[in-house]
Design a protein around this ligand. Structure first.
Ligand code: COA
Length: 319
C-alpha cells in the first residue's frame, strides 16, 4: 500500500510587498536582499485574512485538481506555526468550511518543516489503513509574527498556503519519508509569544533569528539529509527529476542542489516571488511546478525542508 498525490493547490494573498517597498520601511536595499537571499517580493495577507482563509483557498484548488469534494476526504492535516486560534485547530476550521465530516483533523507545529511533517504523518496513516484520502496543507501568515522594524528578519518572510490531496493507492506514491529534529537549537530561531509561558520583560513575542548560525546548520543538515535519501533508496546522483526545496534562501538551495549534483534548471524556485512562507513554501512550489507543466506524472521528486526547532525532513515522491 502506498499513498499518492492526487491533486495540488495553492493560494497567495493579493498584496505584494517588494524589496523596494521594504527600503522605505527599514534600512535595507533591494540589492542586499536579492544578493543575500534571492528574494525580490513576497505576498502579505490582508488584515482580515487569517491562516485558515489562505489554507481554505489552497485546499479548494487541490480538491478541484484531484476531482474530489468534502465527502471524499477522511483526514485533514495542517502544518502551521501561525494558527488563527489556540483552538479549534486550523484543521477543524477547514473541515467545517469544506464540508468534511469524516475522520480526524489536526494541525502540526514544526515551523518551516510543517508541511513535510504533515505529509509524512498522513502517508503513515494512509498506509496503516487509518484513512483513505487526506488533505494535507501548509499555511502561514508569517507577517503577523515578523518584527517589521528589524531588517535582519522582516525582509525574509511572506504569507501563503499550499495543499495536496493524498490518497491510498496500490502504486507509488510516496516512496520514502524521513523526519528529524534537534531542540538544542531552540534559541537560534524562535517566536516567544505563547500561551502558557509568561512574557518576560522587554520580550516582543515576535520572530527572532540568528541568521548566520541558522544558515550554517541548515546547509549542513540538508546535505547530510540528502545523502541519506540517496543511500537509503539506492539512488545515484542524477536520478531525481526535481528538487522541490523549502524556499528560505537561494544560497541554501544552491548548496543542496550542488550536493545532489542537480543543475539549477531541475530545482523548483519560488523564493524570488514568495520569500520564505515557512510551512507553505514546499506545497506552494510543488503546485507552481505542477501547474506550469514542469512536474509530470511519473517524475521522481525530492521535497525537503528545514526550520525552527530545529526541525527538518525529506519526502521522496513518484508523482
Ligand atoms: N539589509 C541590509 N543589511 C542587512 C540586512 C538587511 N535586510 N540584514 C542584515 N544586514 C547586515 C547586517 O547587519 C550585517 O552588517 P555588519 O556586517 O555591519 O554587521 C551584514 O548585513 C551581514 O549580516 P549577516 O547576518 O552576516 O548576513 P548573511 O550573509 O548571513 O545573510 C541572512 C543574512 C539572514 C540572509 C542569512 O544568514 C540567512 O539566510 N540565514 C538563514 C535564514 C533562514 O533560512 N531562516 C529560516 C530557516 S527556515
Amino acid at each position: 500500500m502506498y499513498s499518492r498525490i492526487a491533486g495540488t493547490g495553492s493560494y497567495l494573498p493579493e498584496k505584494v510587498l517588494t524589496n523596494f517597498d521594504l527600503e522605505k520601511m527599514v534600512d535595507t536595499s533591494d540589492e542586499w536582499i536579492r544578493t543575500r537571499t534571492g528574494i525580490e517580493r513576497r505576498h502579505i495577507a490582508a488584515e482580515h485574512e487569517t491562516t485558515s482563509d489562505l489554507a481554505y483557498r489552497a485546499a479548494v484548488a487541490a480538491m478541484d485538481s484531484a476531482g474530489v469534494d468534502g465527502s471524499d476526504i477522511d483526514l485533514v492535516l495542517v502544518g502551521t506555526t501561525t494558527p488563527d486560534l489556540v483552538f479549534p485547530n486550523v484543521g477543524c476550521l477547514l473541515q467545517e468550511r469544506l464540508g468534511i465530516r469524516n475522520g480526524p483533523a489536526f494541525s502540526l507545529e514544526a515551523a518551516c518543516s510543517g508541511f513535510i511533517y504533515g505529509l509524512t504523518v498522513a502517508d503513515a496513516m494512509l498506509k496503516s489503513g487509518q484513512a483513505r484520502r487526506a488533505l494535507v496543507v501548509g499555511a502561514e501568515t508569517m507577517s503577523r509574527i515578523v518584527d517589521w522594524t528589524e531588517r535582519e528578519t522582516c525582509v525574509l518572510f511572506g504569507d501563503g498556503a499550499g495543499a495536496v490531496v493524498l490518497e491510498a493507492s496500490d502504486e507509488p506514491g510516496i516512496v520514502y519519508a524521513k523526519l528529524g529534529a534537534d531542540g538544542r537549537y531552540r534559541d537560534l530561531l524562535y517566536a516567544s509569544s505563547g500561551v502558557s509561558k509568561p512574557k518576560e520583560e522587554g520580550e516582543s513575542g515576535l520572530l527572532r533569528m540568528k541568521g548566520n548560525e541558522v544558515f550554517k546548520v541548515a546547509v549542513k543538515t540538508l546535505e547530510t539529509m540528502v545523502d541519506e535519501v540517496l543511500e537509503s533508496n539506492r539512488l545515484d546522483k542524477g536520478e531525481i527529476d526535481w528538487l522541490i526545496p523549502h524556499q528560505a534562501n537561494i544560497r541554501i538551495i544552491q548548496a543542496t542542489a550542488k550536493r545532489l549534483q542537480m543543475p539549477m534548471e531541475r530545482v523548483v524556485l519560488t523564493v524570488a516571488e514568495h520569500g520564505n512562507t515557512s510551512a507553505a513554501s514546499v506545497p506552494l512550489a510543488l503546485d507552481v511546478a505542477v501547474r506550469d507543466g514542469r512536474v509530470k506524472r511519473g517524475d521522481l521528486l525530492l521535497l525537503e525542508a528545514f526550520g525552527g526547532g530545529f526541525t527538518w525532513g525529506a519526502v521522496l515522491v513518484r508523482y
